[in-house]
Design a protein around this ligand. Structure first.
Ligand SMILES: O=C(O)CCC(=O)C(=O)O
Ligand SMILES: [Fe+2]
Length: 376
């Protein structure tokens, strides 16, 4: 069956996984039987010597003084950093002198040292890449492994969100995790804000997918653990048709991220291999144009709506970062949703590097964050 288009009228049928993707899903059960899931990693304490504090009870940590270039010298510290990011969801570092090459090295090492597959390298964005001609430094270097997130040249998929805020419906629909339309999405994201719009505006919000999972009743947890979602990014092919730009079609950081489908089937609830905790994954903007499989269209909309509400409406599972120039955030895209806040007019520029992780999976026997920590 051909996958339904995002624009197709609501039909009273059950959406199944698109044929092209069924091999992936259908090959899972037999391999699952014998599958050994990774054992959660244990923090060794190597970062305890640096000043740090938690930003909220459930999400966020800040290291106000250490330089990442210092941590980069020691693999055991990088591994502890990966564990800290996966546990706290997002970690902030202030006024960093790390350059773009070092930012890339750190991104790849965070993934490698916490056990990602050998084939997973840094992501090459299909659209937001060197072909846009925006240099990553003052020497004019162009790099497919760096996305320049700039209000001056908004990502084409953002449309004109900066043009006029007044007519926007609600900001909530922009909550997302990065590049989940890929078969192998991102584990760690590193975003360094290099130019700010002024004294105020351009903050970023993060929400814990772990805690969103913990908000669900055991019955809903069980129900959602049996479901997959099709993540879909239709705007890239529209841009090709409208603007005639060239996409990166081959090997966007792993041979498994190839082609121009920009659709991937992933479990709605996913286990993070580093913590061993379950998280909502099939919610937010990444499924706005996608759907929940094997339920009716109406049921899919209801589930998507409820998951978005759980992420967006619970302010006590969120943290908001106010940036200063050269601050850097690292988040775990497997278990955290985020959204930028387009409440400014002046130029804001950030450099983003994404490490690619593992193919998302659910280990039914893994625990929730609250179960593991014995409470909040
Ligand atoms: O610019 C920001 O605050 C975040 C933008 C974003 O969604 C990203 O870098 O993945
Ligand atoms: Fe993002």
């Amino acid at each position: 069956m051909a996958p339904p288009s995002a624009d197709s009228p609501v039909a009273h049928h059950v959406r199944e996984e698109p044929e092209a993707l069924q091999t992936t899903i259908n090959s899972e059960p037999s391999s699952l039987l014998s599958k050994h899931y990774p054992t959660p990693l244990v923090y060794s304490g190597s970062l305890d010597q640096y000043e740090s504090f938690d930003l909220t009870t459930v999400i966020g940590k800040e290291f106000p003084t250490v330089q990442l270039t210092e941590l980069l010298k020691d693999d055991s510290k990088i591994k502890d950093l990966a564990i800290t990011v996966s546990q706290r969801g997002v970690v902030f570092f202030r006024n960093q002198d790390i350059n773009i090459e070092e930012q890339k090295t750190l991104a790849q090492k965070l993934g490698e040292l916490s056990g990602k597959p050998e084939t997973s390298k840094l992501h090459k964005h299909a659209v937001s890449n060197s072909k846009r001609g925006i240099p990553v430094d003052d020497k004019g270097t162009l790099d497919d492994e760096v996305s320049i997130v700039s209000s001056d040249t908004p990502r084409e998929s953002d449309g004109n969100k900066f043009a006029d805020r007044a007519p926007r419906k609600t900001a909530n629909h922009v909550w997302h995790s990065d590049i989940t339309f890929e078969n192998i999405p991102s584990d760690y994201a590193l975003l360094k804000v290099v130019s700010l719009p002024g004294k105020v505006g351009g903050d970023t919000l993060f929400a814990s997918g772990y805690d969103a999972y913990d908000r669900l009743s055991p019955s809903w947890q069980d129900f959602l653990e049996g479901l997959t979602a099709t993540h879909f990014q239709p705007s890239f092919n529209k841009i090709v048709a409208e603007k005639g730009i060239e996409l990166i079609e081959e090997n966007r950081g792993t041979p498994e991220n190839t082609g121009t489908h920009f659709q991937a089937v992933h479990p709605v609830i996913r286990t993070n291999p580093v913590t061993g905790w379950k998280s909502i994954f099939g919610g937010g903007q990444q499924v706005e144009h996608g759907w929940i499989n094997n339920v009716t269209d109406r049921e899919s909309e209801l589930i998507k709506g409820y998951l978005l509400e759980t992420i967006a409406s619970n302010y006590d599972l969120q943290v908001r970062i106010k940036w200063n120039q050269n601050d850097l955030a690292i988040w775990d895209n497997r278990s955290v949703f985020h959204t930028d806040i387009g409440d400014y007019k002046e130029k804001r520029v950030a450099h983003r590097v994404l490490s690619l992780g593992e193919r998302p999976y659910l280990d039914k026997n893994s625990s929730s964050r609250r179960e593991a920590l014995g409470g909040l």
